[in-house]
Design a protein around this ligand. Structure first.
Ligand code: SAM
Length: 260
């Protein structure tokens, strides 16, 4: 039976990554289950999230995902209705699905991850009857955007060049060092002049700060302001607003050439 998930996640229970020194994805260390999440009744009806680690670590709920979903609902549920939104490394889709359930979005929100996560994302979309509001797509960081995702942008994006989403969501995507430059490449590809990225990460190892340092060099990064931010920081969870730095046309063209 589904259970209401306590927001105060036990970081030990939900944080197997520190033990993953070999970077092997967690596989089926916990049996598949379905969790009910309402964020203290902010979501009505509550969200149902199926968790299954068979296809990789994104198959369970993560602390930074819970923080980002709750923050989006508290701070932005009323001002993102008309935005084009894409989530990176969505895992089972918690953040995107919570936003879609909790706000009156008018354009399909796109949740993305690598191919093995596609089935779980689609399962969770269906479990919550959000097929009309959420689309799951494959997006491997550092690779060019597939023609079908590109088509969704073009159909729904309102920005001048019709190639950038308004909002990018990313939670708990910093844990695997070889993927750091790939994630930055994808952020360069997706963050247009008007795009705002809400980026929530949990610091687990020293190397994670290297990603944040590089992100701060390459983008404008400020702390998101919200009530629980000091407690979250004490728990090692940081939530940032990330924007593109102003660029010359030449630099922009070169980046676009590299990132497809
Ligand atoms: C720790 S999980 C976080 C899942 C979800 N955002 C959350 O907070 O619950 C990290 C996610 O990033 C995805 N990921 C890792 N490397 C990736 C890559 N190179 N391209 C796309 N997604 C990737 C994983 O598949 C996984 O779903």
């Amino acid at each position: 039976m589904a259970e209401e998930h306590s927001y105060q996640l036990s970081l030990t229970e939900h944080d197997p990554l520190p033990g993953l020194e070999s970077f092997v994805p967690v596989r089926a260390s916990k049996p598949p289950s379905t969790t009910t999440i309402s964020f203290n009744d902010l979501l009505q009806p509550p969200l149902l999230l199926h968790e299954n680690l068979k296809q990789g670590c994104g198959g369970q709920l993560w602390p930074a995902g819970m923080v980002l979903a709750r923050y989006m609902l508290h701070a932005h549920r009323h001002n993102i209705a008309d935005k084009t939104i894409i989530e990176l490394g969505a895992g089972g889709g918690l953040v995107g699905l919570a936003v879609a359930r909790g706000s009156q979005i008018t354009k399909p929100l796109i949740i993305t991850d690598q191919l093995p996560m596609l089935g779980l994302m689609q399962q969770n979309i269906a479990l919550n009857s959000l097929e009309n509001r959420v689309i799951a797509g494959r997006l491997d960081w550092g690779t060019s955007i597939s023609p079908s995702l590109e088509a969704h942008f073009s159909t729904h994006a309102l920005l001048p060049d019709e190639r950038f989403p308004d909002v990018v969501l990313a939670a708990d995507c910093v844990y695997f060092e070889p993927a750091f430059p790939l994630l930055l490449q994808t952020m360069h590809r997706l963050l247009g002049p008007e795009t705002l990225c809400y980026f929530c990460f949990m610091k687990r190892r020293k190397a994670d700060w290297r990603f944040i340092r590089d992100m701060k060099k390459q983008f404008e990064v400020v702390d998101a302001k919200y009530d629980d931010q000091h407690q979250d920081k004490r728990d090692g969870i940081y939530l940032y607003e990330v924007r593109r730095k102003p660029r010359s046309n030449a630099v922009q063209k070169e980046l676009q050439r590299k990132t497809g």
